[in-house]
Design a protein around this ligand. Structure first.
Ligand code: ADA
Length: 578
């Protein structure tokens, strides 16, 4: 299950995880790749491409969810992979086919027809297939993991952009009238919450007049509405008294459900969609970030989804382990650097009271990248997909628009304004931020007015020793009057190297640097907190990054297998972890 709760309990769900047939590379007859694949999947003689021919040669098996580079045979394969599997339907039905993530470009064929495509490896997509016949069906997915100067992220990231069907895939049977989307907004006044729900219904048949209901925290409301063929949005409101607010120390969650119930006819089925909400408000005020009006000190880490055996495709037990390790550390925040993490991980953060700053992989873009055709629009789409997917998580306290982009340039001023607008159109409740290293590298910052607080990345004591932490923090406090979080700082440490606190690459040096920086940040009243770079050691790319022993970014305070380094113990002592 891709979530920690069942979001659609009334639907029969067919999990499409497990072993798929797999083959690497395109067949000769496929000539859609240069133009982006999706619409152009025809052969050079102009005929429609038969995707089954991709499997004419020798084929292999691949586990879904999974990343092919975690297998030695495909360790260096940046390119195309074709996946195929079958599933059977006992009866004809409408189907919702959903992919939680495919890295990085997907083209999906069902029974030989191309049904959808998607670009962006960290957000979900789905397709509605009406009236699918009973019997055996075949799904084929062409996955292209290549990144180039026109993709998000760009190719030379300091993390490993694994390829594959990296998160869960499933098909859900749908009645003719179903809940396509549920959005719960609320107003809080003391311990009263007024929930305003938009229930989007989809009707694949004739006009009907079903009951549409909403339940939140044990209260419900129902009424009938006319639903014409197509899509209709119904509003339902509920006032809840005596609610317990969600907070980091008391993460109260409430179940919410919206349903549509058709009394008779072919669509005589109740369809239900569930969400979980935590009532809280997030605000920024002067120098502080507040939850329910109370200032919170951000004490956290940056987390990539990486592990030697799983890559990006994190099994639930690994997410649970990470949650436990973070609790042991005494951390209260995760920055999902540099892309939306798995939705189940965010469910766990909701349950644990962890705060999350979530980001899209707009990573180190210069003006020339942002000026490329389509990059801004693709960024806006990715941001919208992230906000839509994660809107209900109380743990998510801010959306981060980008990381270390050239925010001194006109192109980024324009892009930041557009991205901020996209986020605010979809969510008026959460503060916006982005991470910048401009002051660290000595260029001017021009985008801070589009966001509510700034994340600052700086590597004093590691890449550069020309300033002390206190000097830097004082200068940042004089430069900006918004809340500030030091969102990246750290040192590389080769696990087991325990030598001397002046010996770079040792655990000892890393621990000493973090203690010094964290002490200075916590002592400075202008700073709302910090997120350490980074949680665990991660695989990176061989090109472009000097100082990456074993092709890893070794700045983890735990190893790639989550074994604590000295820095973990030192930070835990500062944070009073277990
Ligand atoms: C940057 C970047 C990170 C990582 C880090 C480092 O701040 O945002 O992704 O590359 O530097 O380890 O140098």
């Amino acid at each position: 299950m891709h979530r920690a709760f069942d979001p659609s309990p009334s639907r029969h769900r067919i999990a499409l995880d497990g072993r798929w047939e797999f083959t690497a590379g395109d067949p000769d007859r496929y000539c859609g790749t240069d133009e982006g694949g999706a619409e152009d999947s025809v052969t050079d003689d102009g005929a429609g491409f038969d995707p089954t021919t991709a499997f004419d040669g020798a084929t292999d098996r691949m586990t879904v969810p999974g990343c092919w580079q975690t297998r030695a045979r495909y360790h260096d394969h940046h390119g195309v992979g074709w996946y195929r599997r079958e599933f059977s339907l006992p009866d004809a039905t409408n189907l919702r086919l959903r992919f939680e993530a495919v890295a990085h470009e997907a083209t999906v064929f069902v029974d030989g027809d191309r049904v959808t495509s998607h670009t962006g490896g960290y957000t979900p997509f789905e397709v509605l297939l009406p009236d699918v016949e009973a019997g055996e069906h075949e799904v084929i997915v062409r996955v292209d993991s290549r990144l180039d100067e026109t993709t998000i992220p760009k190719p030379d990231t300091d993390w490993f952009p694994y390829g594959g069907i990296t998160r869960e895939v499933f098909a859900e049977e749908l009645p003719d009238v179903f809940v396509e989307d549920l959005r719960l907004e609320y107003d809080l006044d003391g311990d009263t919450a007024v929930v305003d729900a938009s229930v989007t219904l989809r009707n694949l048949g004739e006009a009907v007049e079903p009951d549409v209901g909403l339940a939140v925290g044990g209260r419900d409301t129902t009424g009938s509405v006319e639903v014409p063929p197509g899509t209709a949005t119904v509003r339902r409101t509920l006032a809840l008294a005596d609610i317990d607010r969600w907070s980091p120390s008391d993460p109260q969650l409430y179940d919410a459900a919206a349903w549509v119930d058709c009394a008779e006819g072919a669509s005589a089925r109740r369809d239900e969609r569930r969400e979980r909400v935590g009532f809280r408000d997030v605000s920024v005020d002067g120098r502080g970030i507040r939850v329910n009006g109370d200032p919170v000190e951000i004490c956290g880490v940056n987390r990539h989804e990486d592990h030697p055996e799983h890559g990006h495709a994190q099994p639930a037990r690994l997410m649970e382990l990470d949650l436990d390790v973070l609790a042991d550390l005494g951390a209260n925040t995760v920055r999902t650097s540099h892309y939306p993490n798995h939705p189940r991980f965010l469910d766990y953060c909701d349950e644990a009271g962890l705060l999350v700053i979530e980001e899209i992989p707009y990573w180190q873009f210069g003006p020339e990248q942002v000026d490329r055709d389509g990059i801004l629009a693709a960024g806006e789409r990715m941001l919208a997909e992230m906000v839509d997917r994660d809107y209900h998580h109380p743990s998510v306290i801010a959306w981060s628009l980008h990381n270390e982009c050239a925010t001194e340039s006109d192109a980024l001023v324009e892009a930041t304004e557009a991205l901020a607008e996209t986020a605010r159109e979809r969510d008026e409740t959460r503060p916006l931020t982005y991470a910048t290293n401009n002051d660290y590298v000595g260029t001017a910052e021009r985008c801070q007015n589009f966001v509510d607080f700034l994340c600052l990345n700086a590597y004093w004591g590691w890449y550069d020793e020309s300033r002390t932490w206190t000097e830097y923090l004082d200068e940042m406090a004089d430069t900006y009057d918004c809340p500030l979080v030091v969102s990246e700082f750290g040192a590389g440490a080769v696990a087991g190297e325990r030598t001397h606190e002046r010996q770079k690459w040792s655990e000892t040096y890393q621990a000493a640097l973090l203690v010094d920086a964290i002490g200075a940040i916590r002592d400075h009243e202008a700073f709302a907190g910090f997120t350490i770079w980074q949680y665990c050691d991660t695989r990176t790319q061989p090109s472009g990054f000097a100082g990456r022993p074993k092709t890893k970014n070794n700045k983890g305070i735990v190893t790639e297998y989550r074994r604590p380094k000295d820095a973990f113990d030192a930070v835990r002592d500062l944070l009073d972890g277990e």
